[in-house]
Design a binder for this molecule. Sequence first.
Ligand code: ZN
Length: 241
Amino acid sequence: MTAVDPRSALVLFSGGQDSTTCLAWALERYAKVETVGFDYGQRHAVELSCRGPVRDAMRRLSPRWAERLGDDHLLDASVLARIGATALTTEAAIGFDAEGLPNTFVPGRNLLFLILAAAVAARRNLTILVGGMCETDFSGYPDCRDDAVKAMQVALNLGMNRRFALETPLMWIDKAATWRLAATLGGAALVALVRDETHTCYLGDHRTRHGWGFGCGTCPACLLRARGYAAWRGDPEGQSG
Ligand code: ZN
C-alpha cells in the first residue's frame, strides 16, 4: 500500500461496477474523496438508487475509507434525456447498434459530465477528477477515449484556470482486470460489494440474480460484465491481461 496522497478527489460515481471500482481506487489513494452523480432519465434510475447503498457499504468495508469518504453530489442532467428523446422520435425502437451502443446514447455525454464534475470540483477545492472511462471494452464511445479525456483536462484547466488532473484507472484494462482490481483494492469483501450492490444492466433489471450480480443477462452491458467475471474467476492468479 502506498502512502496517502494529500490531495482531494472527486469521483464520477454512477453506482455501476466501473465507477464503484474507481471509488475504491480513489479511497485507497487520496486523503479526501467526494462523489458526483448525474440524473439523466428513467433508464438509469436503478443504477442511481445503488449509489447510496454502495457508498454506505464502502464505509463499512474499511474504517480508513470511511474516514476519507466525504460528500455526495447528485446533479440534474436531464437535458440529455431530452436530447435522446428527440433523437428517438425519428428512429426505430430502442435497440443497440453494431458496437453495442444503445441508440439512446447521446454524443458528448461524458464530455458534459466532466465539465459538470469539474465545476463541482472547482467549488469544493478538489483537484483530482476520477472517472471510469475505458477504451478497452467500449471503444465505441469516443468521449471515453484517452485522447478525449486528456483534451478535456487541458480544456478544463484553461477554461477554469485550475490544475485539475483527470485520472482514469480503468482506461487500459478489460472487465476481467476490473474485477481483479477490485480484489486487489478491497479483497473478497469489495468483490462481493461490487457483485451484489452495483448495477450495470442497460435494461434496468435488478431482480435476476447471477453469479456476477444482478441483470437481464443478455444486454451488452450484462454480457460484458458476465464474461469479465468468468474470465477473472478462471484466472485468479492474474496471469493474463
Ligand atoms: Zn442487462
